[in-house]
Write a protein that binds this ligand. Structure first.
Ligand SMILES: C[C@@]1(CC(=O)O)c2cc3[nH]c(cc4nc(cc5[nH]c(cc(n2)[C@H]1CCC(=O)O)[C@@](C)(CC(=O)O)[C@@H]5CCC(=O)O)C(CC(=O)O)=C4CCC(=O)O)c(CCC(=O)O)c3CC(=O)O
Ligand SMILES: NC(=O)C1=CN([C@@H]2O[C@H](COP(=O)(O)OP(=O)(O)OC[C@H]3O[C@@H](n4cnc5c(N)ncnc54)[C@H](O)[C@@H]3O)[C@@H](O)[C@H]2O)C=CC1
Length: 217
C-alpha cells in the first residue's frame, strides 16, 4: 500500500501556479489564497470568480494556453485543465523544475494529494483515505463539522495565550504538562460549551493557574 506523508505546508508569500481556469481551478485558487500564496492562473477561459479575483488584484492571470516555462520559479502547481496533453506536459516541466505538482484527479501524476479539511480558527482537522474514496473523506469531514464547532476556535485561542504565559513563567516541565493535561482532559471545556462558564480564560486562570507558592513552579 502506498503511503502519503502528512504535513502542513507554509505557502505564505510563495509563488504558486494554477493551470486551467474552470470550477476546479477556482477552488484550488481560493484554497491557495486562503493560505497567503501568490497565485498565478494560466488559462484561455476563466470563471467569473477568477476574473473577479484578478480585477481585485488578488491573483495574476495569464489569459492564454499553458506554455513550457510557465512553471519556472513557482513552488507548487495545480493542473486543472480538461486536456490530457497539457497535464502530461506540465508534469514534465514540474519534474524538471522540481516543483510540487497536483494534477487534479490524477493521483499517479501528483506529488501530493489533498485531504478534506475543516478549520476552526487555528484548529485544522483533515481527512484522507489515501485516495481510495474521496466521497468517504467528504462524509467524515461533514461528521467532524458537526462534532467540532466554532467553540473549539475559542478554546484553542485561550489555550494558546495561557500556554505562552505558562511556558515563560513556570520553570518545571512536569508542572506545565500536568496543568495542560488537567485543563484539556477535564470538564472545563464541556462546561464552557453548555454555557455554565462565560469567561473561559478567566475561569482557567482562577481555577488552574493559582499556585500558592510561586517559587514552586
Ligand atoms: C487522490 C485525490 C487527488 C487530489 O485531488 O488531491 C482525489 C482523486 C479523485 N477524486 C475523484 C472524485 C471525487 N472527488 C471528490 C471530492 C474530493 N476529492 C478530494 C481529494 C482527492 N481526490 C484526493 C484523495 C483524497 C483522499 O485521500 O481521500 C477532496 C477530499 C479534496 C479536494 O479535492 O479539495 C474532495 C472532498 C472535499 C470535501 O468535500 O470535503 C468527490 C466528491 C464530490 O464531488 O463531492 C468525487 C466524486 C465521487 C468519488 O469518486 O468518490 C476522482 C474520480 C474522478 C472521476 O470519476 O473521473 C479521483 C481520481 C481517482 O480516484 O483516481
Ligand atoms: N468539476 C468537477 O467537480 C470535477 C472535475 N474533474 C476534472 O477536473 C478537471 C477540471 O474540471 P473543471 O474545472 O470542471 O473543468 P472546466 O472544463 O470547467 O475547465 C477546464 C479549464 O481548462 C482550461 N484549459 C484548457 N486547455 C488549456 C491549456 N492548454 N492551458 C491552460 N488552460 C487550459 C480551460 O480554459 C478551462 O478554464 C477536468 O479534467 C475534469 O474532468 C473531475 C472530477 C470532478
Amino acid at each position: 500500500m502506498k503511503k502519503y506523508y502528512p504535513i502542513m505546508l507554509d505557502i505564505e508569500g510563495k509563488p504558486c501556479a494554477v493551470i486551467g481556469g474552470g470550477k476546479v481551478a477556482e477552488r484550488k485558487v481560493r484554497s491557495l489564497l486562503d493560505c497567503g500564496a501568490k497565485v498565478t492562473v494560466v488559462s484561455p477561459q476563466l470563471t467569473a470568480g477568477i476574473k473577479k479575483l484578478a480585477d481585485e488584484n488578488l491573483v495574476r492571470v495569464l489569459e492564454r494556453e499553458y506554455r513550457w516555462g510557465d512553471l519556472k520559479d513557482h513552488d507548487l502547481v495545480y493542473v486543472a485543465t480538461d486536456d490530457p496533453e497539457v497535464n502530461a506536459l506540465c508534469l514534465r516541466e514540474a519534474r524538471q523544475e522540481e516543483i510540487l505538482i497536483n494534477v487534479v484527479d490524477k493521483p499517479d501524476m501528483c506529488d501530493f494529494i489533498v485531504p478534506a479539511a475543516i478549520q476552526r480558527g487555528d484548529l485544522t482537522i483533515t481527512v484522507s483515505t489515501n485516495g481510495k474514496s474521496p466521497m468517504l473523506s467528504r462524509k467524515i469531514r461533514e461528521e467532524l463539522e458537526k462534532m467540532y464547532g466554532e467553540e473549539y476556535a475559542v478554546f484553542l485561542e485561550v489555550m494558546g495565550d495561557l500556554r505562552k504565559m505558562i511556558l515563560s513563567e513556570w520553570k518545571d516541565i512536569r508542572h506545565r504538562r500536568a496543568v495542560f493535561e488537567k485543563i484539556v482532559y477535564g470538564d472545563v471545556f464541556d462546561r464552557y460549551k453548555n454555557g455554565e462558564i462565560q469567561d473561559l480564560k478567566k475561569f482557567i486562570i482562577d481555577h488552574f493557574l493559582q499556585v500558592p507558592n510561586g517559587n514552586d513552579r
